[in-house]
Ligand binder design. Sequence first.
Ligand SMILES: CC(C)(COP(=O)(O)OP(=O)(O)OC[C@H]1O[C@@H](n2cnc3c(N)ncnc32)[C@H](O)[C@@H]1OP(=O)(O)O)[C@@H](O)C(=O)NCCC(=O)NCCS
Length: 145
Amino acid sequence: MFEISLLDRADLDEAYEIELSTNPTPWSYENFTSSFKVGHHGLVCKENNLIIGFLIFSPIKPEAHLLSIAVKETHERRGIGSLLISSMNKQCKAMGITQVFLEVRAGNDKAISFYEGHNFLKDAIREKYYSGDVPEDALLMSLSF
Ligand SMILES: CC(C)(COP(=O)(O)OP(=O)(O)OC[C@H]1O[C@@H](n2cnc3c(N)ncnc32)[C@H](O)[C@@H]1OP(=O)(O)O)[C@@H](O)C(=O)NCCC(=O)NCCS
């Protein structure tokens, strides 16, 4: 059974392992862990007490920014990402937030399909937003409640 809970300090290392294995340009461990000191909110999904997915968002009323979401590769396509998004949406609505924004790599078809399935709309392209050997454009998406 999947259980969603608030990300606790004790969850950070396990969640960061998922960040490393799913993000081509992962956050540094310092950025990842200090993220919560600056008011970001984190959610984790656990199965048998093991973390199989996480989500980080920054709520600044009336908007929120979805900063990161990742599900263990072995657990994809089982509804875990959807549980995390629904839980974030519920929290956002309770906080009086009316819009959620995000950036996604323009080539990340899997994530784009996922977000579209959750009613996020494609708003704009930010060129060469992601640095690296081959810079990649970001697609900006948003969801209004
Ligand atoms: C994107 C991600 C979070 C989705 O999580 P997930 O738990 O696999 O998603 P769900 O099982 O809830 O999928 C819900 C729907 O999203 C869409 N979707 C998910 N994965 C998809 C894929 N590989 N191809 C096409 N559509 C997909 C489908 O519509 C799916 O519904 P269905 O399975 O009934 O067809 C996950 O693939 C992931 O962690 N990817 C790597 C990290 C990443 O890219 N994060 C986003 C950075 S902006």
